[in-house]
Design a protein around this ligand. Structure first.
Ligand code: DSN
Length: 414
């Protein structure tokens, strides 16, 4: 593997080797990460990276697009079939540009949008003041209820009626519960707002049939393709056909230039993989694993935001363990578990410290781990917390984590 890189650039080859070793040895629990297939990676490393293809299939600004046209057409067709969508744009470079496209297709700078607050599980691109979405638009936010830490749809409706945003944005990056799309739809209809749903985190669960789909309820659905969907790093937009001209025009030339055709083709591979029965099994296991991990953590006295999970992730408030999210992230890293600190609803700590840790099962499930392994990992976490001052115990736990990871080979033969 990496023969050419090794010959031309040993420095980068060493980095690639080290990263493969890190991914193999550690227990990867960042909820937005996954291990894509070799087929997806081969496609990303192909000659399609050389091609400029501004425009859309059969309507390009460059010659020589015959093959990339076929790849993009296939990717679109598969995306529409996979999600039951009327139209798909597979060109967004990322979830952020997908969201930018979706917003600008309907809104003018200064218009009002209503999205889930970042500190309650939302995303930067849902109106945070430091992001384009908060800089360009007047952003207001809905929250979860302090009682059950789930979205408070009554309050959301009150806010929507009082503020009359032009767009409501659903979706999250740290929300462990199902969404009530019907409620979002009816609120949006009451105020004649556009309803956009960012399903980046749950797209693979939707594709695998283990999470309700936002597609029938929303005007536009955006996503990334590299989280639970397990494809290449990139974005995706699904929309009703009436809006699609606007979406296409806003994606190119509005927001982006030339599409990354090697990534577009890799998205086609990903969608094909997602249509297989094995992917449905994978989606089921992601959810079963998250539930098992949650139960095992609850048994060990951890506080799960909202009390549990319906999807692939858990948000754990570690304040009752005498730790901040930052300290927990560092502790887990010490014992070979990769995760990220995360604010929890009504957090008193800053976003650099936080009170929470976000845990996800997509990557470990791809490695073939099941519910027994999730219980072992919860136990490992618990022992790490209890022995956080004891370096000897912590290095023993790291050995256990590496041994567990080694039982589920990653990219064998690479
Ligand atoms: N950074 C991603 C996540 O970790 O959820 C969202 O874009």
């Amino acid at each position: 593997m990496y023969d050419q890189v090794r010959r031309i650039d040993p420095d980068i080859a060493a980095i690639l080797d080290n990263e493969l070793a890190r991914q193999r040895e550690q227990l990867e629990m960042i909820a937005s990460e996954n291990f894509t297939s070799r087929a997806v990676m081969e496609t990303m490393g192909s000659t399609l990276t050389n091609k400029y293809a501004e425009g859309y299939p059969k309507k390009r600004y460059y010659g020589g697009c015959v093959n990339v046209d076929e790849a993009e057409t296939l990717a679109k067709k598969r995306a529409m079939e996979l999600f039951g969508a009327e139209r798909a744009n597979v060109q967004p470079h990322s979830g952020s540009t997908a969201n930018m496209t979706a917003y600008l297709a309907f809104l003018k700078p200064g218009d009002k949008i209503l999205g889930l607050s970042l500190s309650h599980g939302g995303h930067l691109t849902h109106g945070h003041p430091v992001n384009f979405s908060g800089l360009l638009f007047e952003a207001i936010h809905y929250e979860v209820s302090p009682e059950n830490e789930m979205i408070d749809y009554d309050k959301l409706r009150d806010q929507a009626l009082a503020e009359r945003p032009k767009m409501i944005v659903g979706g999250a990056s740290a929300y462990p519960r199902f969404w009530e799309y019907e409620k979002l739809r009816s609120i949006a209809d009451e105020i004649d707002a556009v309803l956009v749903f960012d399903m980046a985190h749950i797209a693979g669960l939707v594709a695998g049939g283990v999470h309700p789909s936002p597609v029938p309820h929303c005007d536009v659905v955006t996503s990334t393709t590299h989280k639970t969907l397990r494809g290449p790093r990139g974005g995706l937009i699904l929309a009703r056909k009436d809006f699609f001209k606007n979406i296409n025009k806003m994606n190119f030339p509005g927001v982006q230039g030339g599409p990354l055709m090697h990534v577009v083709a890799a998205k086609a591979v990903c969608f094909h993989e997602c249509m297989q029965d094995s992917f449905k099994e994978y989606a089921k296991s992601m959810v079963a694993n998250a539930a098992a991990l949650g139960d095992a953590l609850l048994e060990r006295g951890f506080h799960l935001v909202s009390g549990g999970t319906d999807n692939h992730l858990l948000l754990v408030n570690v304040a009752n363990k005498g730790l901040t999210g930052k300290a927990m992230e560092e502790l887990l890293e010490q014992v070979g578990i990769t995760a990220n600190k995360n604010t929890v609803p009504f957090d008193q700590e800053s976003p650099f410290v936080t009170s929470g840790i976000r845990l996800g099962t997509p990557a470990l499930t791809t490695r073939g781990m099941g519910t027994d392994e999730m219980v072992r990992i919860a136990d490992l976490m618990d022992r790490a917390v209890q022995n956080r001052e004891n370096q000897e115990v912590l290095s023993g736990l790291r050995g256990e984590a590496e041994e567990l990871a080694g039982q589920f080979p990653l990219y064998p033969g690479m």
